[in-house]
Design a protein around this ligand. Structure first.
Ligand SMILES: NC(=O)c1ccc[n+]([C@@H]2O[C@H](COP(=O)([O-])OP(=O)(O)OC[C@H]3O[C@@H](n4cnc5c(N)ncnc54)[C@H](OP(=O)(O)O)[C@@H]3O)[C@@H](O)[C@H]2O)c1
Length: 300
C-alpha cells in the first residue's frame, strides 16, 4: 500500500525519452514499484536514483511487471522491441502492455493483430499533453479490452487526472490524438504563427495580438460545442454567419497575406474547404457544413 492506502503495483516502462521518463517518475511518485529499460542505458540513471530498478533487457521488464507502458519514438520501434521480446526464450507466457507511442489508427489495429497470437494483452493509448503535465492534469486516452483497463485503472490514473478509457475499438485513442492534437491543435497553433508573421510585416509584435487571440480562443469553446451539436443533429442552418460570408472574408484575407509577400498556406486550405462546401450546396449553411462536405462519401 502507498501513503494513500492504494495498492502498490509493479509497473514496467520501456522507453525513457522525455515522455517515458516523466511517466516512470509519475508512477514512482504515486508509490508504485517501477522497473525501466531504455535502448541507451544511461537514461535510466536518474530514475534509478529516484527509486526505479533498471532492467538489462525489455524481456526482463515484461517478465517482472503486471503492466508495461511503452513510450518509444514510433510504432516501428515498438514492434521491433516487442518482436525481440517474443523471440526471447525468457519471455513470460502472458503479459499486459499499454503502448502510449504516438501513431495513427491503422498502426494500432496492425499492432493488435500482430500481438494477438503472442499472449500479450494490448491496450493502446495516446498522450494529449507535454511531459510536465504527466502526474498532474494530463489527458491520456486509452482504448482496448475494458476488463484490462478496469484491472489497471487505479494505477493508470497516476498518469494524470485526464486519464480516460475511450472504448474497446483499439484505434480510438489514436483517432482522438490524430484529430484533436494533430489536425486541430497543431494546425490552430500553426495558424497562430501565420497570423503573428503577417502582423510582424506591419511592425506589430506578437504580444500585441495575444489579448485578441485569447478572446477568440474563448469563442472557439462556444463554436466547437455549437458545431458538434449541428453535426450530430444534421441541421446546419444558421442565423449568424453563412459559408458564403466566410468564403468572401477568407478569400480577401488569403490575398492580403499573399500580397504582403508571405505564403498563406492555412488560409488557402480553409478557402478550398469553404469553396467545396459552396459547391455541395451549403453556401447559406453554417461553417460546420465543412464537416458535412468532407464526410459526404461516408455519410458521417
Ligand atoms: N514529448 C512530448 O511532448 C510528447 C507528447 C505527446 C506524445 N509524445 C509521444 O511520446 C513518444 C516519445 O516521445 P519523447 O518526447 O519521449 O521522444 P524522445 O525523447 O525522442 O524519446 C524517444 C524514445 O524512443 C526510444 N527509441 C527510439 N527508437 C528506438 C528503437 N528503434 N528501439 C528502441 N528504442 C527506441 C529512444 O531510445 P534512446 O534513448 O536509446 O534513443 C527514447 O527512449 C513519441 O511517440 C511522442 O510522439 C510525446
Amino acid at each position: 500500500m502507498n501513503g494513500k492506502g492504494e495498492r502498490m503495483a509493479r509497473i514496467g516502462v520501456l522507453g525513457l525519452g522525455l515522455m517515458g521518463s516523466a511517466i516512470a517518475e509519475a508512477f514512482l511518485v504515486a508509490g508504485h514499484s517501477v522497473i525501466v529499460w531504455n535502448r541507451t542505458a544511461s537514461k535510466a540513471e536518474r530514475l534509478v536514483e529516484l527509486g526505479a530498478s533498471a532492467a538489462g533487457t525489455p524481456t526482463e521488464v515484461l517478465a517482472e511487471s503486471e503492466l508495461t507502458v511503452i513510450v518509444l519514438s514510433d510504432y516501428r520501434s515498438v514492434r521491433d522491441v516487442l518482436d525481440e521480446i517474443n523471440g526471447d526464450s525468457r519471455r513470460p507466457a502472458a503479459a499486459t502492455v499499454l503502448n502510449l507511442t504516438t501513431g495513427d489508427a491503422p498502426a494500432a489495429i496492425e499492432l493488435r493483430s500482430h500481438l494477438a497470437p503472442t499472449g500479450i494483452m494490448y491496450l493502446d493509448g495516446a498522450i494529449l499533453a507535454y511531459p510536465r503535465a504527466i502526474g498532474a492534469d494530463a489527458d491520456v486516452v486509452i482504448a482496448g479490452p475494458e476488463t484490462v483497463w478496469d484491472a489497471h485503472r487505479p494505477v493508470l490514473m497516476s498518469l494524470g487526472s485526464g486519464t480516460a478509457f475511450v472504448g474497446e475499438q483499439i484505434e480510438h485513442a489514436n483517432v482522438i490524438d490524430t484529430s484533436i492534437t494533430g489536425s486541430f491543435f497543431c494546425v490552430a497553433m500553426g495558424a497562430f504563427y501565420e497570423a503573428t508573421a503577417y502582423a510582424a510585416r506591419s511592425g506589430m509584435t506578437a504580444d500585441k495580438l495575444v489579448p485578441y487571440a485569447l478572446r477568440w480562443t474563448d469563442q472557439l469553446r462556444t463554436e466547437i460545442e455549437n458545431g458538434a451539436r449541428e453535426i450530430v443533429s444534421g441541421d446546419y442552418t444558421t442565423d449568424q454567419a453563412a459559408v458564403v460570408t466566410y468564403e468572401k472574408a477568407i478569400a480577401m484575407i488569403t490575398e492580403s497575406i499573399q500580397h504582403s509577400g508571405q505564403p498563406a498556406h492555412l488560409n488557402a486550405a480553409l478557402l478550398e474547404n469553404l469553396r467545396a462546401a459552396m459547391a455541395a450546396g451549403h453556401g447559406r449553411d453554417s461553417l460546420a457544413a465543412i464537416h458535412a462536405t468532407l464526410t459526404k462519401d461516408v455519410g458521417a
